[in-house]
Design a protein around this ligand. Structure first.
Ligand code: ZN
Length: 286
């Protein structure tokens, strides 16, 4: 069997030139050694081993920021309200998705980048006006916040741009100091994946059902693993297209299982699609 799970050390230290930590479904997981006497995590007197930090991956932050900037670019001449209307659902969706793992710093970093972009957007629309004039037109004092990008509507309240940093950070699951990213946290991820718009529904349901583990080898899935949906009873033997008959497997486990099933001819088709890095494929065959 191929080695799927890297040694635990790989999230602690540089391991064979790789960055410590790994990406999994848009989350970046990194473990830090924690000094026994450090007050970082309370473990009821037990020695502290390491703590696990899960954050949105840099890649996902970049993609999100690029989506925002491309909308701002596309709305050079559009009214402010139209731009806000377009940006708000994107900010809301992203910020909510990462609300359990995100840090205030990540949110404020993104907020600052977006602010700079909007700053450029606003100045470019009024090349002859000074910054004081421009800022008064597009930014307003609302509540305790004096720099809210908002459109004034006649007789109505401000229509304001959502701020990433206003999304409350929710800690659903406490990550214990001793826990490994390969046990409880993967269960936690897989349970969150039901909301991930990038996961095919069938795969996310099965991940949740299988608690993030391959039904064949029992090992946790990692981000770059190719996952395949298998029919427990092959269709050629009367197996049905139903969740009771589906299971999620590593591709190589699927190969082994199908060879044991003796179902003819299906695996060559299954393997005809090359995996794309960081993308989980949903393939149903066997
Ligand atoms: Zn497997």
């Amino acid at each position: 069997m191929r080695g799927i799970i890297a040694p635990i050390d790989s999230t602690l230290n540089q391991y064979e030139q790789e960055e410590p930590g790994f990406n999994f479904l848009g989350f970046y997981v990194r473990q830090y050694k924690v000094n026994k006497y450090h007050s970082g995590t309370k473990t009821n007197g037990k020695p502290l081993g390491f703590k696990t930090l899960i954050t949105p991956s840099k890649q996902k932050q970049k993609v999100h920021y690029e989506q925002i900037t491309s909308i701002i670019e596309a709305h050079k001449a559009a009214p402010q309200a139209a731009l806000i209307k377009k940006l708000n659902p994107i900010i809301r969706g992203w910020a909510n998705y990462y609300a359990t793992v995100v840090s205030k710093k990540t949110y404020s970093d993104i907020h600052n980048l977006v602010y700079q972009k909007l700053n450029t957007w606003a100045k470019r629309r009024h090349p002859k006006k000074n910054w004081g004039w421009v800022s008064k037109r597009y930014w307003h004092s609302i509540g305790s916040n004096s720099w809210v990008f908002a459109a004034k509507k006649e007789g109505l309240d401000f229509f304001r741009l959502l701020n990433h940093a206003d999304t409350p950070i929710v800690r659903h699951v406490k990550v214990k100091g001793e826990s490994s990213p390969y046990d409880g946290n993967l269960v936690y991820w897989s349970s969150r994946m039901g909301n991930n718009p990038e996961m095919p529904i069938r795969v996310s349901k099965l991940l949740k059902k299988q608690k993030g583990k391959c039904a064949h080898c029992g090992l946790f899935f990692r981000e770059n693993d190719v996952l395949e949906v298998d029919h427990k009873i092959p269709k050629s033997q009367g197996g049905k297209d139903s969740y009771e008959n589906f299971q999620l497997l590593h591709r190589h486990c699927h190969d082994t299982k199908t060879a044991n099933d003796g179902s003819p001819g299906t695996k060559s088709d299954c393997n005809s699609v090359e995996p794309k890095p960081t993308k989980i494929l949903e393939k149903s065959c066997g």
